[in-house]
Design a protein around this ligand. Sequence first.
Ligand code: ZN
Length: 338
Amino acid sequence: MTAMRGVIGQRAMLERLGARASRGDVAHAYGIFGPASIGKRTIALRLAQTLNCLDPKRPAGGCGTCLSCLKIERYVHPDVMLVERDPANKTIEIDRIRAMQQDLALRPLEGRHRLVIIDDAAELSEPAQVALLKTLEEPPKHAVLTMITLSPESLFDTIRSRLQPLVLRSVATAEIAAALRSRNVKDADAIAGASGGRPGIALRLASDEGERSARRAYEKELFDLVGSGLTARFAWAVDLADEVDPRKRSAAIDVRFDHWAELIRDAAVRARGLEDAPLRPDRAGQIAKIAAGADPRELVDTALLIQRLRRDLFWNANARAMLELFALKLPYVEGLAA
Ligand SMILES: [Zn+2]
C-alpha cells in the first residue's frame, strides 16, 4: 500500500498529510518543494482529490474514480484552479493573482474546498507576491493554496513563513522499481536505476523509448566532453549556443545540465571515497572512471557551476559564454570519449 494513491515515495510525509486530509484537517497554505519530476504536482492533485472526493470515506489521495476525482485529474473541476505562467510572459503577473483571488473568495461549487495550485511559485512577479500575501494573511475559510516550486528561496520570507512546507526528496531506487513492477513495466530495475530517484523521470522512461534514447545520447555527450580537449569542447559550446530561438536554446541547455548534474554529483561523491547511495547506479562504470581520473575538488566545483548556470539560464544569460565556462571547468579524463 502506498501512503497516497498513485504517489511513488515520500511515504512518511504523505501518511501524515493523507490521514489529516481524510479527516478534513487541512492547512490553508502549503509549500510543495523539491526537484523537478519528483512528484510535486501529483501531490497537489492528490491533496485536492482527498479533500473533494465524493467517496464518504475520503481515502487518502481520493478514490480516483468518482466524478470529482476525475475532474480534478483533468483540470476541469470548478473548485480547483491551476495558476501557471503564461508562456508569453517571464513571470506570473499580478492580474492573474487578482483574478484568482476573486475566484477563491467564492464558496465551493461542487466540493468542500476551493483549491489553488500555483506552479511554479518562484515565477510569481514581485507585485504578484505582494498581492498574494493578502490571501495568505486572511484566507477564505474554504480555501487551500498550494505553492509548488523548485526554488523556495525565491519566495518572499513573509510568504514562505506562512506555508506549511512539504519537502519532497529523492526516492530510493528499489521503491521506484517496485512501483514500476506494480505497473507491469519491463526492465523496472534498469529504468529505476536511470531515474536519479525521480519517479516522474522513471515513468517517462518507462512509457517512451524516445525518452530513453534521448537520455542515452545526452549521457554519451557528457562522457565524450569529459574525454575531449578544449578545441572540441568549444566547438560543442558554439554549436549548442547557435540556436536562435532563446526558449529552445535554454531548454536544450537545461535538459543537458539536468541529466549531467546527477552524473557529476555521483562522480564527486565517489571521488571523495564516500559511501553513498548513487543517484545513477546504472552508470556506475563511467562514473567510476571519472572519479578515478579527476580531482575531487574540480568535480564538486563543476557540480556547483552547473547549479549556478541553470539559475543564470532562467534569466537568459549569454548562452555561449556560459557553455564555454562549463567547457573550461569540466575535468578532463583520458579515454572516456567514444
Ligand atoms: Zn473520488
